[in-house]
Design a protein around this ligand. Structure first.
Ligand SMILES: NC(=O)c1ccc[n+]([C@@H]2O[C@H](COP(=O)([O-])OP(=O)(O)OC[C@H]3O[C@@H](n4cnc5c(N)ncnc54)[C@H](OP(=O)(O)O)[C@@H]3O)[C@@H](O)[C@H]2O)c1
Length: 494
């Protein structure tokens, strides 16, 4: 695949520099624009940026001119590392101008139509994107956000626990590193020989964002999880890595070994999809009594893991543990980049038929609908249309087969076809696929199928019931004019 051009807003700051570092040599993304405040704009990145990341500033960006944070530069995706005091309207302006905005800032995180995403936790919330675009009148651009740098690691650790045992209440005390306050951040005279038991706005974020992340997409919006969280945030004198002490009241009692197993075995969609920034183990469980520690553990899985340790019984709630994560990698830039990789892999960049690895991705539910339709009418062939929205297949429309001999071919009822096309159009979706069944033959296009292939840009799905207990769905690109049949790799996703 061609590399995708990306821009970074707030590129000179603590989170912005991490973006620049992590995007250097990225297999899918290439930095084409860097932007910051008016005091940096117009200078080269090397001159504008006091580089404070341990590796050298990537050579490819040194001479890039820093731009003001206004739409107009060549990029498909824009990563925002702007202070939340400025990010809100700027991110909206970019989305309105057609850019995909992956934001670190808190400005839009809790907007009801903005997906707040941790790819391992709630990838299905991306379905909010078309709602957001319709509501705001944006045809191409949209905003997705990653959570606060303490929320991410907490929720990564809570997700498998919630799935296995349910969660009713959580108490969390954070010990947050200095880089979380940006640069130059907290004055040395305030933090050396000290702990500051207050970080403005932080406790509210940690108490509310997990409820959205662990909530359920109900087809229109997010129904928040019914969990009560109490958070206390402290600034401590570490440089990177937020450590959190967590106690959890479970809905269903569980032995500590079972909780540890749920944490250690946790894998999710980014691992299955093999996203470039996905950690192999999203949760690393340390058995030692004195781990995790920021200095020793923050770079676990290249800084992309939540490191959990000291899992034990809690005399007040049920279970308690410590969790640590790198605040500018998994807590900021790495999180946004992983979100963008998920968008690409799931086809949210506009081309619904093929994603980053040229696979056609279809949800198991939609495949099951096609198979169910085929079984209901067998030995006749069935047919229908698959709608797509923003790069993914969203709905199957079954149509009536009015062919004279429906056991050997299909012909969609023209009136029904018109009605389906109209509905797809009204919803601002695309006609993304056409399916039909082969009740007794393999899932391979026949000469008749080629004759009926009037739409070279859609995906043709064929459902075979040749082995009734083992239905097969395959995907093809059929170009009638060039008499060309291309099988597409089909990934069925849960
Ligand atoms: N640091 C973390 O661990 C972390 C973690 C998660 C999320 N975040 C979020 O990421 C965002 C950035 O945080 P940070 O820690 O990187 O802050 P930072 O170090 O203060 O950097 C702020 C960046 O925004 C630019 N900027 C400031 N005011 C601007 C304006 N009026 N117009 C345009 N650009 C402006 C700055 O450019 P100049 O250099 O030109 O001033 C700089 O590039 C915040 O929303 C923060 O909450 C940070």
């Amino acid at each position: 695949m061609d590399t995708i051009k990306v821009g970074v807003l707030g590129a000179t700051g603590a989170a912005g520099q991490r973006f620049v570092q992590l995007l250097d040599g990225h297999p899918w993304f290439e930095i084409s624009a860097l932007a910051a405040s008016n005091s940096s704009a117009g200078n080269s990145y090397a001159d504008a940026c006091a580089w404070r990341v341990s590796s050298d500033m990537p050579a490819a960006v040194r001479d890039l001119e820093v731009l003001p944070v206004e739409p107009g530069f060549k990029a498909d995706i824009v990563f925002s590392a702007l202070p939340s005091s400025v990010a809100g309207p700027v991110e909206e302006a970019f989305a309105e101008a057609g850019y995909i905005v992956c934001s670190n800032a808190s400005s839009h995180r809790m907007d009801s139509d903005v997906p707040l995403i941790i790819p391992e936790v709630n990838p299905q919330h991306l379905s909010l994107i078309p709602h957001q675009q319709r509501r705001r009148g944006w045809d191409k651009g949209y905003i997705i956000a990653n959570p606060n740098c303490s929320t991410i690691h907490l929720v990564l650790a809570l997700k498998p626990v919630q799935d296995a045992f349910g969660i009713e209440r959580v108490m969390v005390t954070t010990m947050q590193a200095l880089s979380g306050a940006g640069y130059p951040g907290v004055s040395s005279l305030d933090i050396v020989d000290n702990v500051v038991p207050y970080i403005g706005g932080e406790e509210e974020k940690v108490e509310t964002e997990p409820l959205k992340l662990l909530g359920r997409f109900d087809g229109e919006g997010i129904e928040f999880a019914d969990i009560t969280i109490s958070a206390q945030a402290n600034r401590v004198a570490t440089i990177d890595g937020h450590l959190e002490a967590v106690s959890v009241d479970l809905a269903q009692q569980a032995p500590i070994e079972d909780v540890m197993a749920a944490l250690g075995e946790f894998r999710a969609e980014p691992q299955e999809l093999g996203l470039p920034s996905a950690p192999e183990r999203p949760i690393v469980v340390r058995p030692e009594p004195d781990r995790p520690q920021p200095r020793l553990d923050r770079m676990a899985e290249r800084g992309m893991a939540a490191v959990v340790g000291r899992v034990r019984e809690c005399p007040v709630f049920d279970v308690k543990f410590a969790v640590l994560g790198h605040n500018t990698i998994r807590g900021a830039a790495g999180a946004s980049i992983l979100n963008a990789e998920l968008l690409v892999a799931k086809g949210y960049l506009g081309d619904w038929s093929t994603a980053a690895d040229d696979k056609v991705r279809l949800s198991r539910a939609l495949a099951a609908e096609m198979i169910q339709h085929a079984r209901e009418r067998a030995p006749e062939e069935v047919c229908g249309i698959v709608a797509g929205e923003n790069g993914h297949f969203s709905r199957v429309y079954a149509a009536r087969n009015v062919a004279e001999n429906p056991s050997v071919t299909y012909e969609m009822d023209p009136q029904e076809q018109l009605r389906i096309f109209k509905e797809i159009d009204e919803r601002s979706w695309d006609v993304a696929g056409i399916y039909h069944s082969h009740p007794a033959s393999p899932a391979h296009p026949s000469p008749t199928d080629m004759r009926l292939a009037f739409y070279p840009s859609v995906v043709y799905f064929i459902v075979s019931l040749m082995q009734p207990d083992r239905p097969v769905v395959r995907a093809f690109r059929l170009d009638q004019e060039r008499n060309n049949t291309e099988e597409l790799e089909l990934a069925i996703l849960d």
